[in-house]
Design a protein around this ligand. Structure first.
Ligand code: FPP
Length: 233
């Protein structure tokens, strides 16, 4: 058995799903939220400790104003509606990404949800919101450079482990498995540093159509992989 501690998901295909159902792209995002709820439950059932979801990238601001506003509203509503249920289900929620560009109301809901669920340990849900891998590494290096500038750290002590401590994901183990839905086979700036040895799983299913069975198929496929981490087995 390959240990499976952390799954990271690029939830792609919402927009196309909305259009396919003769509706708006935002209706696809709404439908995608139902899949989020199902997959959190499946993660708990399968005793997988860490789940990370890519909800909004640093590049997603380039979408139309109405789509961006629709997504932000959906995030606010989701947090308002789900805080108590997430707490009850033992989910510890944390966010990664740059909060500076997000509106104050959303940031305060995010802070509150993190605090409210901070005692939970059944499953660790991380939501990447205004997240970009390059942006994360850049912000980490900025903070690290500041420590060197202040004389608290020597450049000689900077190694991979030190840098990882400055990343948004410092509290997370690296993902074992990355799932991307909707037929695209790319990383789109997601967890660039952390997925060095992750197994990649791509499926054509659009995120709102991604069901329990599709999730289990991804887990089964992962078990067939031979993980070597650069070694010869
Ligand atoms: C990518 O599909 C999806 C997004 C940019 C948004 C993801 C958000 C959700 C699933 C809803 C809320 C999630 C949480 C965790 C609260 P796309 O729009 O790029 O699809 P397309 O490739 O068909 O255009």
């Amino acid at each position: 058995m390959n240990p499976l501690n952390h799954i990271a998901i690029i939830m792609d295909g919402n927009g196309r799903w909305g259009l396919k159902h003769k509706n708006s792209r935002n209706s696809g995002h709404k439908a995608g939220l139902n899949t989020v709820e199902k997959i959190i439950k499946e993660t708990i059932k399968n005793k997988i400790k860490f789940l990370t979801l890519y909800a909004f990238s640093t590049e997603n601001w380039k979408r139309t104003q109405s789509e961006v506003a629709g997504l932000m509203k959906l995030f606010r509503r989701y947090i308002e509606r789900e805080t108590k249920a997430l707490f009850k289900d033992g989910v510890r929620v944390r966010f990664i990404g740059d909060r500076q560009k997000l509106d104050d109301k959303l940031v305060s809901l995010m802070d509150n949800l993190e605090l409210y669920t901070s005692g939970n340990d059944k499953v660790h849900l991380t939501i990447a919101l205004n997240y970009g891998g390059r942006d994360e590494v850049t912000r980490a290096v900025q903070r690290l450079a500041f420590e060197v500038e202040q004389g608290r750290l020597s450049h000689k002590d900077v190694d991979a482990e030190t840098l990882a401590k400055f990343l948004d994901t410092r509290f997370l183990p690296d993902p074992d498995l990355v799932i991307r839905t909707s037929g695209e086979a790319r990383i789109s700036n997601f967890l660039l540093w952390q997925i060095a040895y992750a197994e990649m799983y791509f499926t054509d299913v659009l995120w709102p159509d991604f069901k329990k069975e599709d999730f289990i198929e991804a887990l089964d496929d992962y078990q067939k992989r031979e993980r070597r981490f650069g070694k010869i087995n």
